[in-house]
Ligand binder design. Structure first.
Ligand code: URA
Length: 426
């Protein structure tokens, strides 16, 4: 076998065998195949695609390139993955709900990059919370509460790490088979029994249309089932931020408020839907029964109890679950107000995410420091009508000097219709 033959086959859309794909992945990961040959192959895939079987072979070869976790947990284990969005704090809600219903949710999460946030950053906004745990401690917490979160191990899927960096540098990120293989290889290395995938579409998501998100969801579900996992992929919209709060501590506060039963709406509905999917995959009953179980876990306070206990065992201050004002708060805030009477048509989610990043909540490059208190609280959503001077959103930051660039960016993210006011003549 050699890399040139493999590149030429994909260039001519000739299907590769499982052996060829495994050989390519193994030899790229161990440094035998240089970046320039892998880049050529990735571009051939970007242009010609891969068959479903080829995508499965690629995913399983990437999964097998590193460690595969074998957790010593009791009962059925479950995991979830969101393809990323703005204000998406559902992991902090779904994990405790599913754990309160008897499932073990072992979550390995990442940090935020660009306009999307990451669960690890969010949790680290809780004073003392540790996300780098030895595996035996992670397993002990899981056995006690059913929900624990650690940061992604460097030993998982080294092939994906190398290939993803290369894709970022060669314009080959936007390929459905490559995205599916990249995400699923990491999820399969985590190795939970059940896997719920939340594939986002819209202005704040990787996939801009519902159709492309559905294609990705279907492919990832097939890859999961091909690896003998119980797997369900949902397609949900990211055309406006999920919930009202964007930014690390602000999102933790909102997730706690959902578990306190104080916040309903799209964030609550999406969380219940995904938690019910997880419970159904774990064999807890029909979808309708699982929705009832998820709702009851919130209403009874049992899901909040799980989160409180998990925070305590991971070294954080559990009293934030009873009083969200104990979370860190920004030194300064700024209200963005409506400059005219208007009806909100849509909110450009990516721009809102970038505004939050500018305020300090996110990072442009891996490893950049972040401000846990920074972010945005939205006071309006699509369909709302507002009058001149009404507050559209509040911006928070520790960088108090100047909110003007962020305010302009945030205002430009709102697509609105003018509402004509017919003032009586005086
Ligand atoms: N997230 C991943 O992990 N991989 C991709 O290719 C795209 C999004």
């Amino acid at each position: 076998m050699n890399a040139i033959d493999i590149i030429n086959k994909t260039k001519k859309a000739i299907t590769l065998t499982d052996d060829e794909i495994r050989w390519l992945v193994e030899n790229y990961t161990n440094g035998e195949i240089p970046d320039y040959q892998m880049s050529a192959w990735l571009m051939a895939v970007r242009l010609n695609g891969l068959t479903e079987e080829e995508t499965k072979s690629l995913t399983y070869a990437m999964r097998d390139s590193g460690e595969i976790i074998r957790l010593k947990a009791e009962g059925i284990t479950a995991d979830k993955h969101s393809t990323g969005g703005v204000g998406d704090k559902t992991t902090l809600i779904i994990g405790p709900i599913a754990a309160a219903c008897g499932i073990c949710v072992a979550k390995m999460s990442g940090r935020g990059l660009g306009h999307t946030g990451g669960t690890i950053d969010k949790l680290e906004s809780i004073s003392g919370f540790r996300t780098e745990l030895p595996v035996d401690e992670f397993e002990r917490i899981l056995r006690k509460t059913g929900f624990a979160v650690i940061s992604q191990s460097g030993e998982l899927c080294p092939a994906d790490k190398k290939m993803y960096d290369l894709r970022n540098a060669t314009g080959t990120v936007d390929s459905i088979p490559l995205i599916a293989a990249s995400i699923m290889s990491k999820k399969l290395a985590v190795n939970a029994d059940c896997l719920v995938l939340d594939v986002k579409y819209g202005s704040g998501a990787f996939m801009k249309t519902r159709e492309s998100a559905q294609q990705l969801a279907d492919l990832m579900e097939k890859i999961g089932k091909g690896a003998e996992k119980r797997c369900k992929a949902e397609v949900t919209d990211m055309d406006s931020p999920l919930g009202l709060n964007i930014g690390n501590a602000l999102e933790v506060a909102e997730a706690i408020e959902v578990l306190q039963g104080k916040v309903k709406g799209k964030l609550y509905d999406t969380s219940i839907q995904l938690a019910a999917d997880m419970l159904q995959l774990a064999g807890k009953g029909s979808y309708e029964e699982c929705v009832k179980m998820a709702v009851e876990a919130v209403d009874s306070g049992r899901a909040l109890d799980v989160l409180r206990e998990t925070i305590k065992l991971q070294g954080g201050d559990p009293s934030v679950c009873d009083d969200v004002s104990l979370l860190p708060v920004a030194r300064c805030s700024y209200e963005v107000r409506a400059v005219q009477d208007m009806k909100i048509i849509r909110i450009n989610c990516e721009e809102i995410g970038m505004t939050s990043l500018l305020l300090g909540a996110g990072r442009l490059c891996k490893g950049d420091p972040i401000d846990m208190t920074a972010g945005i609280i939205m006071h309006v959503g699509p369909g709302d009508s507002v009058s001149t001077g009404d507050t559209l959103m509040t911006l928070y930051s520790t960088l108090c000097s100047d909110f003007s660039d962020a305010a302009v960016r945030a205002l430009n993210a709102i697509d609105f219709e003018s509402v004509n006011c017919h003032k009586p003549l005086t």
